[in-house]
Design a protein around this ligand. Structure first.
Ligand SMILES: *Cc1c(COP(=O)(O)O)cnc(C)c1O
Length: 360
């Protein structure tokens, strides 16, 4: 096998190598039972044990209170953009949204089909380079919830703390779930596509407060009611068994790293290394305002688009892959989720120092 490259892709993203190896083995021969993991019935006791373990590890790592359900759904994080308002809103019902980038914009568009939506804050006019302080907006009265994206994957901005407002929070944590400890009780719904910080594409984890399950209108399609999936332990229909298994193995790995508090320290250390070189001169310019900087995705520019292209190519040639920025803002982006090793960050920082010295 060739040497493993450092994969800075925003998602699907790098996974712990030990998990890939386990998965490769279990796909062929699950726990020496003479059957492959992806051939197992989702109702077999073997797979039920896998799903139960995945759920209990998520509960343990995130300290999920007993009055919350953990669901494994399909349709990607993007399906939550309509499922949330479809379940929680309806004619005359209100919600407040914070517009901090592409993913919140898409969520707002869907929500407008199901309720009366107030966009209380937008950083569109500053190319989404920041997230708001609590003092910069108000939650509109009678809002069922306040919606936010905790980490803006494309722009590299992140809420360093969550809003302290008199409102139930609903949060898209697709690109930073499990990167730091949380007080789940502030949230009505948390959701995340697995493919950034939890596993492969194919499953979306939804953590939902139980009392919200009954808010849904009768005429919402069965598959789109959270209650349907909650009542059946995410086994109303066939769940994405392979993805759930992988998330379980990643949770196991995360627990061995010391859990989310330990992971937060490592993530801060990794991000600080890159921000330090960005701040060391004029060659690199970070996209995000300093107080809004993300620990997960670091978006930056070089003096010219030509130098950016050269940077991305030269980096790829030495095994630093996936550094191209999102098409909506260009430039470069280093995505350094939980599973991204600090050795790769150090290699990138060394390369950045060399590249700026050679091209200034
Ligand atoms: C990637 C991403 C999404 C979209 O996820 P899909 O699973 O592709 O629908 C939504 N929100 C955020 C914050 C993301 O990073």
């Amino acid at each position: 096998m060739p040497e493993r490259i450092y994969n800075f892709s925003p998602g699907p993203a790098t996974l712990p190598f030990s998990v890939l190896e386990e998965a490769a083995r279990d796909i062929v021969n699950f726990k020496d039972r003479g059957i492959g993991l992806i051939e197992l019935s989702h109702r077999s006791k073997e797979f039920m044990a896998v799903a139960d373990e995945t759920e209990s590890l998520i509960r343990e790592l995130l300290d999920v209170p007993a009055n919350y359900k953990v669901l494994f759904l399909q349709g990607g994080a993007s399906s939550q953009f309509f499922m949330i308002p479809m379940n929680l809103l309806g004619p005359g019902k209100k919600a407040t949204y914070l517009n901090t980038g592409v993913w919140s914009k898409k969520a707002i568009k869907e929500a407008e089909n199901f309720g009366d939506i107030t966009v209380a804050y937008s950083s569109a006019d500053v190319s989404f380079n920041r997230v708001p302080e609590d003092t910069e907006y108000t939650v509109s009265p009678d809002s069922e919830y306040l919606y936010l994206v905790s980490n803006n994957t494309i722009y590299g901005t992140q809420f360093s703390s969550f809003p302290q407002k008199d409102a139930m929070l609903v949060c898209d944590m697709s690109s930073d779930i499990l990167s730091r400890p949380l007080d789940i009780s502030k949230f009505g719904i948390i959701f995340a596509g697995a493919q950034k910080n939890m596993g492969p594409a194919g499953v979306t984890v939804v953590i939902i407060r139980e009392d919200l399950l009954d808010k849904v209108a009768e005429n919402v399609p069965t598959m789109l009611k959270y209650k349907t999936h909650a009542d059946k332990g995410s086994m109303f229909n066939t769940p994405p068994t392979f993805a759930i298994y992988c998330v379980g193995r990643v949770m196991h790995w995360l627990k061995n790293q010391g859990g989310v508090a330990a992971m937060q320290r490592i993530n801060e250390e990794k991000a600080a290394l890159i921000y330090k070189i960005i701040d060391s001169g004029d060659f690199y310019r970070g996209h995000a305002e300093k107080t809004s900087r993300s620990m997960m995705n670091i978006a930056f520019n070089l003096p010219t688009p030509e130098l950016e292209a050269q940077f991305i190519n030269e980096a790829a040639a030495i095994g630093l892959d996936g550094l191209k920025g999102h098409r909506s803002i260009g430039g470069c982006r280093a995505s350094i989720y939980n599973a991204f090793p600090i050795e790769g960050v150090k290699k990138l920082v060394d390369f950045m120092a060399r590249f700026s010295a050679d091209n200034s």
